[in-house]
Design a protein around this ligand. Structure first.
Ligand code: ATP
Ligand code: MG
Length: 719
């Protein structure tokens, strides 16, 4: 049976059937870009008989990648059976890089079992480095320095270039510039000693690898005959470089995106890439899609009016034949709590009156910190919800602690993990001994685990008991490592090993020591067990061809390697994992209200969307108001939010927000003013239409201005 393309419009079909060479699909929101990409991959496999493992699909988040993969699989299995899509790689840039690096780490002076550090681990390493070079780490916000270090790596700077960049940076205070310049090279060296990479390293080292190792570059050119990238407007220069390397021999690169939805400038994304694609690939075929299938035309028109104010855009004509639909609703509430209550009540009302499922509702905010009041309001009404992003399962202490054991066992150089668990559960290894060990390791450029024996031997001040404890810890880890090497490379066997390891390290005792509350302890233990469970559920064998081709080490199927693979996946996915109250029941997950940031909502759609905090200070964000930057990125963010809505769009703002116990008056977002009035109705929290007459509005604005003037004059006054 042939793949049925009847559902597609002629332009979409054109893109699907495009034969070879570069292809750009540049089109507005909801025009079926991602759908077209799914069809194109399915078409390549089913009709043009390209083997699954010769195709690489890249998407922006793991969630989006997984969904895309499932869609392709479904399409392919209808025509060519399940097997045809075997080996297909659809993933994110970071995951792809992690896999490439695992296969070739030795060429860069790393080992394939390297650890990927998350933000917390990075902070730990940076603090240690600062202390080692005698800089008082308490004087600095490590996140600021790490952000700049990331920027330097994103721009592929050498250590010398980075030092100059930090010292001359206008954004960094001089003492920060100096600290960053002094720390950068040492930080990179330290990560190498620890056989660890941070997120930016994954991209950075992959570029280095592909740049310097011609055989590897050619290997991947040969392997991936088609490369397709969704959300292309958010790739940065470094990611673009990787694509250039991978398509050196063949130019079957299909990129899909919308310059109006570029919202990651702070990570170096640059919409001029997508606009300049034709310059990089002059023979590229360009397809634009004009029909929006997602939203009613009032929603679409309102979004178009907002984005139209941006300069330097690729002009688009988006239209929808879904009918005019309901007008947008601007809701003006008194303060934070009223906002949350309004949303929760409205969801309840619509689910009862219109029979909507919980999954039809999306609640979008600017920053994760805004979610708390909504969680409370939803919980009180027993409305199931999930939060995308925010504090994830993996951010929980007990989960990180348990994982740290496995990470250390896979990569004994991983100091960050060792520090977490050296005294978890309590073994009588106190801060002094950790300092002795750490100083010895630093002086001898060794990882801490590898330094235990010698450090104890050379320490004159260490008590016999502590020395015993350190040796006990060392032997425990070595023994578990040995047991792991003897374990069969299957997820079931790995889960059994994992359970045994938790017993051997006495993880339960550690939890009991931490809290007097048995209910809390039981909950934490459940979370730890959930890890074992998810390891047992991981399908490693699913794509043997992919694993073998991408990861060539001889024992690539051995248990330690697979455990490492599991740990990498966990870390990469933690960036966006979902937290919900019960978390277990996968089926009900679909039927939950989704809470997420505007950034996290990219590519998604909901029947009913609530955009909350549509105020100056949130959208545009106050950070962008302080500077003399233009607000085009903030406007794009607003556009992304609005275009997630299919049928109903609520724009909610509060007149006051309670901060430090006092109400602070707020102004409506300037973007609200850009929506034509005939597309919008206004109401207050009780649903009474149009509470703010022009007069009341002006009165409120005067109040805000007086308030701000008051603050300013107080700030100016010398105390
Ligand atoms: P975004 O810009 O938000 O990423 P997009 O351009 O990727 O959006 P999709 O998510 O692929 O758009 O599609 C939006 C909606 O339109 C989906 O519900 C999809 O199923 C539907 N759709 C896409 N193409 C068609 C079509 N030809 N006929 C009917 N519905 C379509
Ligand atoms: Mg999309």
């Amino acid at each position: 049976m042939a793949l049925n393309l009847n559902r597609l419009n002629p332009c979409q079909r054109d893109a699907v059937l495009h034969s070879l060479g570069p292809l750009l699909i540049l089109a507005g929101a909801g025009s079926g870009k991602t759908s077209t990409m799914a069809y194109r991959i399915a078409h390549l496999i089913s009709e043009r008989h390209v083997p699954g493992n010769a195709i690489l699909g890249l998407s922006f988040t793991n969630k989006a990648a997984t969904e895309l993969k499932q869609r392709v699989r479904k399409l392919v299995s209808q025509t060519s059976g399940r097997k045809a899509s075997q080996g297909l790689t659809i993933t994110t840039f970071h995951s792809l890089c992690a896999r490439i690096l695992r296969a070739h780490a030795e060429r860069l002076g790393f080992q394939g079992n390297f650890t990927i550090l998350d933000q917390n681990d990075q902070v730990g390493v940076l603090r240690q480095v600062l202390r080692n070079i005698r800089i008082d780490d308490r004087r600095f916000d490590p996140d600021v320095i790490l952000f700049e270090i990331g920027q330097a790596k994103n721009r592929l700077m050498s250590v010398e270039e980075a030092e100059t960049y930090f010292l001359e940076s206008k954004k960094l205070a001089p003492d920060y510039g100096l600290a960053a310049a002094s720390a950068f090279g040492k930080y990179q060296d330290q990560l190498r000693i620890l056989n660890s990479m941070d997120f930016d390293d994954l991209i950075y080292y992959t570029v280095k690898l592909l740049e310097n190792e011609a055989d590897i570059r050619e290997g991947y050119n040969f392997k991936f005959r088609h490369i397709l990238v969704d959300e292309y407007q958010d790739t940065n220069a470094t990611q673009f470089k990787i694509l250039r390397f991978l398509t050196e021999k063949q130019q079957n690169l299909c990129v899909v995106g919308d310059d109006d939805q570029s919202i990651y400038a702070w990570r170096g994304a640059d919409p001029t890439h997508i606009l300049g694609f034709k310059n990089q690939y002059p023979e590229a075929k360009v397809v634009s899609l004009e029909q929006n299938y997602r939203s009613t035309s009032k929603i679409l028109e309102a979004a178009n009016c907002v984005i139209a104010k941006n300069k330097n855009r690729y002009p688009k004509k988006l239209w929808s034949d879904r009918g005019p639909g309901e007008p947008l609703v601007e809701v003006i509430v008194e303060e934070d709590r009223a906002e949350a209550d309004f949303v929760a009540e409205e969801i309840l009302r619509r689910s009862q009156a219109q029979g909507r499922g919980w999954g039809d509702f999306g609640l979008l905010y600017r920053s994760n910190a805004q979610s708390r009041v909504f969680e409370e309001a939803l919980r009180r009404r027993q409305i199931p919800y999930k939060i995308v992003g925010g504090l994830s399962f993996l951010a929980r202490k007990e989960v990180k602690d348990a994982l740290a054991y496995w990470r250390l066992i896979v990569n004994p150089k991983d100091d960050a993990s060792l520090r977490r668990i050296l005294n978890w559960p309590a073994r009588g290894i106190g801060k002094t001994s950790v300092d002795i060990l750490s100083a010895y390791a630093f002086e001898n450029t060794l990882p801490m685990f590898g330094a235990i024996t010698a450090a104890v031997g050379s320490a004159s001040r260490m008590q016999q008991k502590t020395a015993q404890a350190l040796f006990g810890f060392r032997d425990l880890i070595l023994d578990l490592r040995k047991r792991l090497e003897e374990t069969d490379p299957t997820s079931v066997a790995l889960a059994a090993w994992a359970r045994e390891s938790l017993e051997r390290v006495q993880a339960k005792r550690a939890l009991e020591e931490e809290s007097d509350d048995p209910v809390q302890t039981a909950k934490k233990w459940e979370n730890v067990e959930e890890l074992v469970h998810s390891l047992g559920q991981t399908s490693f064998a699913e794509e043997p061809s992919e694993a073998q081709e991408l990861s060539e080490p001889k024992n690539s199927r051995a248990a330690p390697f697979l455990l490492g693979e599991f740990l990498n996946r966990m870390i990469l996915e933690a960036q966006e994992s979902e937290k919900d109250q019960e978390e277990k029941d996968k089926d009900t997950q679909k039927n939950q209200v989704t809470l997420l940031t505007f950034h996290g909502a990219k590519g998604l759609e909901f029947r009913v969307v609530f955009m909350v905090g549509v105020e100056e200070g949130f959208l545009p964000h106050k950070r962008t108001l302080d500077e003399v930057t233009d607000l085009s990125e903030e406007r794009r963010l607003c556009y992304v939010g609005m275009t997630r809505a299919q049928d109903h769009l609520f724009l909610i703002r509060a007149k006051n927000r309670i901060r430090y116990g006092k109400p602070q008056p707020r102004l409506p977002s300037r973007f609200l003013e850009e929506i034509p009035k005939d597309l919008l109705v206004r109401m207050d929290e009780s649903g009474t239409p149009d509470p703010s007459s022009e007069e009341a509005r002006q009165e409120h604005e005067v109040k805000v201005k007086n308030y701000l003037a008051d603050i300013r004059s107080r700030l100016m006054k010398p105390s």
